[in-house]
Every structure is written in C-alpha cells, then in structure tokens.
Design a protein around this ligand. Sequence first.
Ligand code: NAG
Ligand code: NAG
Length: 474
Amino acid sequence: MAPAPPTPREWLITSILLLVILYYSNSRVHDYFIPAPQPHTPRPPHSIDTLKQNTQSYDARLTWGSKSAPESQVLSHVPGWSIIDKLYISNGTVYIVSDDPDAVPDRDNMYSKGVDILPGKEAEESRLPSDNDIQIITTAAARKLFGTGAYLVDGVTFLVNDPPQFVRHYYHWTAELIFGFWRTYSSLDPSIQKEGNTSLPQPRHMWFNRLDAFRWRDPTNMNQLVVRSIFPDVTMEFLDDWDDRTKMGAPFVFERVVLADRSSAMRAYNYQRYQRTAAVPFGLPGSVYWWQTLRNNVVQFAGMDWRDGSSTNDKPVITYISRQAWGRRILLKEDHERLVKELYRLRDAHGWEVNVVLMEKLDRAEQIRLAVRTTIMMGVHGNGLTNLIWMQPTPRTTVMEFFYPGGFAHDYEFTARSLGITHYGFWGSSSFTSPNLPLNAYPDGFQGSSIPIDAEAVGRLCHDRLTLSFEVDD
Ligand SMILES: *[C@@H]1O[C@H](CO)[C@@H](O)[C@H](O)[C@H]1NC(C)=O
Ligand SMILES: *[C@@H]1O[C@H](CO)[C@@H](O)[C@H](O)[C@H]1NC(C)=O
C-alpha cells in the first residue's frame, strides 16, 4: 500500500532539521574565509577630507587677483639640483618669479635644453638654456604674462629635465637620479636617523618633460620596483603630458619642485671630480642616514626588516657577483676560478657564508635580500654592484671592486662612500681606498675579458676587514 502523506507535524520537524543543517553548513563555509588582512601601517588620513560631501569648488588655481604673482623661492641649490617653491611653467617654458634676481641662482646652473649629452665644449654650450627654456621674471612681468592666477600642482614634484640617454639603466636611475633627488630633498631634514623616519612629505609627482613614457623602465625591471616601493603613490608624467599642458596656453605653478638637470650638474666641481651627477648635492647639509628612508622601504618590500643586514656581531656574509657569463669586462678565467676557491677556503676555515652569484639569475627581491645580508660585496666594475645601495652600512661593511690595472671609475666608489660603506679598488694584487684614489681612467682592457685578480690578496683583505675589532657596537 502507498505510504501515508507527511503530517503537518512531520513537515515541521523536517523543516527545522533542514534549517539547522543549513545553518551549520553555512557557518562551516564561513570558517573557510580568511579574515581580511589588517593593513599593517595605517595610512595618514590626508586624503579623507576630499571624500566628504561638500559643495565647495575644487581648489584648482592659485589666484592672486589684482595683486602681484607670488614670488618663487629657491630653498636649496647646487648646480643641477634645486628645490624651488612656486616654480611656474607656461607654454613649455619654466619661470622663476622674483623681484630680487640676485637671490636666484644663475639659470645656466638650474636648467638646460635637456638634449643628449655629447662630449666637448661646443656641445656643452649648445645645451645652455635660452629664453624658450627658462626665464627669471619680476612679479609685475608675471602678473602681465600669467594674469590673475595659475593652475596649482600640489605637493612635492620631482621634475627631471634630462634626455632619455641615461635613464633606462638601473645604476643611472637609482644610484644617480633617485640618489641625487633624495640627497637634495632630504637636505630639508638633516635629522633623519637609522630607522629612516622623516618629516618630509612623500613626493606626489615625478615629471619627465623630455622623456616618453615607455623609456624609463630598465631591462632588469629594477627601476620600476624601486619607484613603486619607495613612493607607492607617486604619479608619473612624461613628454606627452608636458605637451598637453604646453598647448593649453595656461600657466601652472608647482607648490614645491625638486628640479634635476644633468647638463647643469655637469658644470659643478664635484661632477668633474667624480663623473657623477649625484655627487653634486653632497655639498648640501644632510643626515649621515639620509638614504635610510628609501633603503628601508625597499628592504621591507623584499620581505625583510629595515634592521636586517650585516651587523658587527653576526656571521659575516661574502658575496662575489660574477660577470663571467657576460663575456665582456670579466676576469681571466683562471683568476676567477682561484678567487672562488679562495673564498670557499675562507668559508671552511672561518665558518663565514660565501655566495658566488650571477645577479641576473636571481629574481629582483632575492637580489635585494642578498645585498641586505651581505657584509662584503665584490665583483668586477659593473651594474651588478648597484645593489650595494641596499647593504646595511656598518663599520665592517665593505665593497671590493676589480678593475683592469690602471683603470678606475668613481661610480660605485662614490656611491659606497656616500652611504658610509668602505670601498676598495683592486688592480691585480694591489688595492686602494679613499682618500688615496686614482683619477678616472679607461685604459684598453677596461672592458675586456682578461682582467687579472690576485685571489690571495682579496682573501687577505676579507680576513682583515672581518676580524677588525670595533669599539662601536651597532
Ligand atoms: C610658445 O612657445 C613656442 C616655442 O617655445 C614659441 O615659438 C611661441 O612663440 C610661444 N607662444 C607664446 C604665446 O608665447
Ligand atoms: C618611526 O616611525 C614608526 C612608524 O612608522 C614609529 O613606530 C616609530 O616610533 C618612529 N620612530 C621615531 C624615533 O620617531
């Protein structure tokens, strides 16, 4: 016989049962959701106000009405590097507004035509700026030229008036452009300590008025990593954006600009001495820990703590960056092999960590982490040594750079020294360090494949550096 249809009581029990099952299975599902991560550093509430409902107009213009235009103020300056409040641009020309032109540096030391750098006196003169590039004008002239106001570019802008020539390269980008920029800007905060805290606001914009957008990323993708990790909310503008603004026929005014110009930096003594544009702003005041602010951000991005790094107490780490796979600017094969053997001998004798690496085989974060942990970094002169800028400077942190005998370039020497890292250059078995440095020289063989190195001399210097006793305990 057919089963009896369920009674209302049975319906009720079944429904309750179903609901209970549903409830528990649902809470099970919830268990699998990973709670949303808490942002580990709360962001300052600087942008919250703009999200409020309000009926004000946007503050797009700096308006002076019938009064005279506000004067520009040069806060800090050495050739090629200037910090200027209220710098104006109009129709593609840069304007400094001042009724006291004596208080404004020579325009040739601030700006140029921004064209490729070719050698020679004539080329140098052809790069000097004209009235189409930069003018220093009075407030009355500004009132006449600009009218009653200018569109405001808020916050701090890093404006780079350089041709593409030296941009697409990890060393030039990071250890020259960003280095020089930050050394200039951080001159406004000489109190930066090891942990890198600063009162300086993060730059809001980076503008390149001579460069197309696709021409700043480097083949190793390090330029991008560096910018996005040190200034995560910076926006970048390039030549086409500059042209947009030029064609509007309206003036713009920067609240604060850090202006970089390679050609005018080259006019400075420090450039001529060291062949580095970033050497010039070291004439400005600044903290010995000036770089830590940016370094610590990159170190954190790579997954480490800013305190990480070689200290005088830890097991030393020696990293030899080999260029042997590159085929040019490399060590003699047998000298490279002897060096590797000698380093492994030191490892076995003293328990030190030794890494022999091809930088290009490591991913970007690995390169940074290795540099952070390294006590002694060594290698033939080349871009691989750029990673020394992430090392933790301590009294025994050392860079050893191998050159073809008689050859020398200041690139990594100056970079190391400006961070408080000891640098030794090697010519075979002899070594030299600041202040007893040779002048720049690129003899035949500099770029070649037969650079000699005396493995034992390198080993002895490693030993000396790592067994020094230090009074300061960092
Ligand atoms: C704008 O700049 C261009 C090139 O520098 C110049 O030829 C032109 O005369 C300028 N126009 C105005 C209105 O100043
Ligand atoms: C540096 O900033 C961090 C937060 O970013 C803070 O916890 C720390 O106390 C600051 N240190 C100093 C010395 O101000």
